[in-house]
Ligand binder design. Sequence first.
Ligand code: SF4
Length: 427
Amino acid sequence: METCQTKTYQIDDLQVIPEKQGADHYVKISYPFRYGRFSEIKSGNYTFQFNLNGEIKSIQGRGIGWLDAAEWLKRTAGNDWVYFAAGGYTGAFDFTGEYYVPCLPYDSNGIFGHNRFDSPEVTGAFELWDNLRLRLNDLETSRLPAAVADFVQRVVDMDDEALDLRAQMLHDIIGGPVSVLPPDTRHVEYDVIPLNIADGCLYNCGFCRVKSGHGFKLRKKGDINQQLHDLRDLYNKDLSNYHSLFLGQHDALFAGADLIEFAAIQAFEVLEFDRSFMKAPKLFLFGSVDALLRAEDTLFARINALPFESFINIGLESADPETLKQIEKPLSRDKILQAFNKMMDVNRRFPKVEVTANFLYGADLPDTHLPSILELTRNSLPHFHSKGAIYLSPLENIGPIPEVKTRFFDLKSLCRLPVFFYLIQRL
Ligand code: SF4
């Protein structure tokens, strides 16, 4: 697990490492850890890391001028910067299942951390990044070793315009931005390649802020193949740092066994996951209650046989009829109960498949909502199960934070399944 580095080159005050290796497995660890293969430049108190295409990947400071040596900034393939926060509050792991909370510049995980993007430290780090780029641009590379000169050129080529363009290309390939990733993608630090096998969803629920507003529609196999080949070209050299796939959009489970299996196997081959530096590939998808209920054993057997560990996240939202009515989710309590029981059954019988569930959390929901979650996750289970995480998905108004924490821990201590808050992240 040790980070392994090759050669370091000193260019004035810059320490340049064109090739460096982090861990090849994602781990849950309470200090900053890097994964995959990357390049690095150290300048003063700051470390800048780059993916194999030369795109800036992370910025981390230490000492004076930085917030916390255990925290860092990471850029996503969708060209969002995410601040990975660790300190300042306790119990991040209890709340989220992770030691770090990704805080985004848009409204997202505000319960857990402050928006750091307005802080002088983060603003200063971005200014240093701009300065470093200017220096690299002016660097006389002809006398540098080829590995360093090539790396510097890659970084110079990936200017703001190129990074914007690449994010736009990603969205164009799959047919739009990923408005939300499944909560389970936290297991791979949200490092997934998105592939859309269907668009829209079945219910178009009133409360939902991420819906496309369109009905459910399958993609054709030719379209899926085209996306994969374009994605392979786009990720290019950095493809070897990926081994996990998100099958979108909001209800890939409803696409059925044939299309899921086709897309997963094609992706494994075209995106060369078997040759990835990262080990233990993972597959993530969302599913609706109806998709779960209509799925036969053969579907789960086929997913279980894929060369992935798979996570299927189902939006149950509530088992309380009054809440379902209020949030305008067109499902009955009976269907929610059936879906929950099926989730537990699949989790028992298919070792490489984990079905997880989302329930809403909000201050304006009826008093009968949280007890309805407990009825399923405590009263219907004779003992604790480690498989089948329950995610609480925060609505806009969650109420006072101290109250949220108390209610969360009350629920968590009573539930017989792991319970976490859903950390919303787009791509
Ligand atoms: S919660 Fe799921 S099913 Fe409902 S509108 Fe949003 S994406 Fe569609």
